[in-house]
Structure formats: C-alpha cells, structure tokens
Design a protein. Structure first.
Length: 259
C-alpha cells in the first residue's frame, strides 16, 4: 500500500459498471496520470476519491485511513483537493475572493467573519489577514498579480483554469486531483501549466493525480501512467511503457497520434 491508494474500487450506474475493480497506489510526491477514452471512468474515479460518489465496493486509502463514507468536506479536511473538468469558480467574484474561499477550511470564524468589534481588531480580522497573506503567496506563485482584483468571469479561459488550481492549493492539500487541467488551453498555456504542475510538486511537496488527454503533457510530466477503458485497467507503467502498449494504442491513442 502506498501513501495513497484505491483498492478494488467499483461503482455501477444502472446496468453499467462505470468503475470495475480498479486498484492502484500512488507514492508521496508522485505525479500519477490516468488516461483513457471519454467514458472510460476517469472522472468517476475522482468523484469516488473526493466523496461525491460512494463506491459499491472498495476502499480509498489516504495515509492508512479509508476515505469511503466520509463527506467531501471531511475528505478535503484530510488533505485531498481537486479541480473540475468544468470550471467551478464564482464568476462574479474576484480572483482574490475565489482563492479566499479555498481557505475556508482553515478559518475558525467563517470566511467573512466580523472584521471589527468594539473598536478593536477581532480574532476574525487577525485570522483573515493571515489567510490573505497565504493567498497572496499563491497569487505570486501562479503569477496572478495582474488579475488579483479582476472578476473571474472576465478572465480568459486558461487564466480561469489557473485560478481553479490556485483555489485547490489554498486548501493546503497533501494530494491534489487535477481533472483535465489543460482542456481549452492553447499550446503556450499548456506549456506554462506543465511547469506550474512540476513546481507545485516541488515547492508544495505535493502528490498529484492527473486526468489529461494531452499526451505531450502526460509524457513530459508523469512519473507513472494508469491507462483504462470501459471502467477497467489496461496497464500501469512509465509513460514510455504505456505509450507503447498495444491495447492502449488500440483503445485510445491511434497509431498515428502516438507515433
């Protein structure tokens, strides 16, 4: 059993087994990627890990503790954060406010607790200053200074995706689940994102699970790759091993695409 693992994870929707007996373990500080065609069960695995779905069977182990049956909020408290395929940000709030919302777990007095009380700075105000300092570090890290006070809805798509990564970082997770983070990005934005993900692993001592269709990113960033189809494992190995696996080529990549 590694630092993080899923063990014999299964879930059925109606007559369809969306995830069928999936097991893998992830080491601390590893970048572990999951690939497969649309509908293969990748995002369902993330939904099972983060508590959105409860599996029919199996376990999700984090540092020896089973996460199954815990609420998404409790799982986040245990150190698992995620981004979503479709951006889940507040479009009518600023970048700073969206990142502050990511700090909510660490706040004792609520996000926008009373700032002043009887002419003295309250505990809530002091706490908010501390959390703003943490958010400012993330803004500097992701080079979001120029848009910190902009409404998220006004930002380019690639920048919004980066803000969502920042909000997940604000939770101070141990394990980060990135669901198609490069979707909708241009080549330059994808190149930048690849660097950010590597830096997050190094600077934040982070373990990263990545769902991604872009094979250039997968090849350039992953320690290991888990390939799946129709809810089942095809293979698990280094990017080079998985890239050459005949069932992966057949199921997902196409010979001309994988080269």
């Amino acid at each position: 059993m590694g630092y993080f693992s899923v063990e014999n994870l299964s879930i059925r929707f109606g007559g369809l087994k969306a995830v069928d007996g999936i097991s893998f373990s992830v080491e601390k500080n590893e970048i572990f990627s999951i690939i497969g065609p649309n509908g293969s069960g990748k995002t369902t695995i993330f939904n099972l890990i983060s508590g959105i779905y409860k599996p029919d069977s199996g376990a999700v182990m984090m540092e020896g503790e089973d996460m199954v049956g815990k609420t998404p909020d409790r799982i986040a408290h245990k150190g698992i954060a995620r981004t979503f395929q479709n951006i889940e940000l507040f479009a009518n709030a600023t970048v700073m406010d969206n990142l502050m919302l990511g700090r909510h777990m660490h706040m004792n007095t609520g996000i926008f607790g009373g700032a002043f009380m009887f002419g003295k700075r309250s505990t809530a105000a002091k706490e908010e200053v501390k959390h703003r300092e943490e958010v400012e570090k993330i803004i500097d890290f992701l080079e979001l200074q120029s848009v910190r006070d902009s409404f998220v809805g006004s930002l380019a798509y690639g920048k919004r995706k980066l803000v969502e990564v920042g909000r997940a970082l604000a939770l101070e997770p141990k394990v980060m689940l990135l669901d198609e983070p490069s979707a909708g990005m241009n080549t330059e934005e994808k190149d930048d994102l690849t660097i950010w993900i590597k830096d997050i692993r190094e600077d934040y001592n982070m373990t990263i699970l990545l769902i991604e269709h872009d094979m250039n990113m997968i090849m350039g960033i992953s320690d290991r790759v888990f390939a799946m189809q129709q809810g089942q494992k095809i293979t698990l190995g280094t990017p080079q091993e998985v890239q050459k696996h005949p069932d992966v080529i057949k199921a997902y990549l196409g010979e001309e695409e994988i080269g």
